[in-house]
Design a protein. Structure first.
Length: 248
């Protein structure tokens, strides 16, 4: 495939490496220095675009890809309040988009097991639950998109929680949660690719369910796999359409 990369930071360079290792061609790289090239003929030649930039630019990149009729894989988070509008425009324009808060194979297995665990723990109201996420200090949004997906999975299965609240440790006062609120505790520490932990705690014991990323490589490889999966498709997809664990 011919792949257009939108964003050329650490993730963009990893995407380039994995794409080339898997036999794909990077036909254009869009970054802050050549942002207008997303409307060029070279961009239109791409079979798929992969977007890892910054939250405030993601929507514009999505709509530019729609205008160029280039399918797009979106790894940037922080724009999901516009998700319904993007889906409507994608479907109305016969465009193609796949989005994910995290493309890692391991994380998507984590998402699935997290949902199963929440349904199991719904039987045991003596356990409270919270989510903890740790990322590098360059991450601009908090909580992480991955943490939000984890929280939503818990809310789907745990009747005693119906909303989540966020606390950025060290940057705001401690958040005091109500019984119906699920706390997402965000930490920003240098050089941490991403750690997510679900903690169920009672008076007698504590259960932790954790995913630790050793590097960004898993995210990058997963995004290339997503681009391969999206090739030839039309429509609006989430990563759950690609990682379908319903048969388990």
């Amino acid at each position: 495939m011919k792949i257009a990369l939108i964003g050329y930071g650490k993730m963009g360079k990893l995407l380039e490496r994995f794409a080339q290792e898997r036999g794909h061609e990077i036909c254009i790289i869009i970054d802050a220095d050549n942002a207008s090239d997303i409307r060029s003929e070279r961009f239109k030649e791409a079979d798929v675009a992969i977007e890892f930039s910054v939250p405030h630019a993601a929507l514009e990149h999505i709509y530019d890809a729609f205008g160029a009729d280039v399918p797009i894989v979106v790894g940037t988070t922080g724009w999901y309040d516009e998700l319904d509008t993007v889906q409507q425009k994608c479907v109305a324009g016969n465009n193609t988009l796949l989005y994910a808060s995290n493309f890692s194979v391991g994380v998507n297995v984590f998402f699935y097991v997290n949902k199963v665990l929440a349904k199991l723990m719904n039987r045991y109201p003596q356990y409270d639950v919270q989510v903890e996420e740790i990322h590098h200090t360059q991450k601009l949004d908090a909580p992480s998109g991955t943490a939000i997906t984890i929280a939503e999975g818990i809310l789907d299965g745990l009747e005693r929680k119906n909303t989540w609240v966020n606390e950025v440790v060290g940057l705001q006062n401690d958040v005091v949660t109500k019984p119906n609120e699920l706390l997402i505790e965000s930490h920003r520490i240098e050089e941490v690719p991403g750690t997510h932990t679900v903690i169920y705690s009672s008076e007698v014991d504590e259960l932790e369910f954790k995913h630790t990323a050793h590097s960004r490589a898993g995210f990058a490889l997963g995004a290339i796999l997503a681009a391969e999966w999206l090739n030839g498709k039309k429509g609006f997809y989430s990563i759950q359409d690609m990682f379908d664990f319903k048969l388990l």
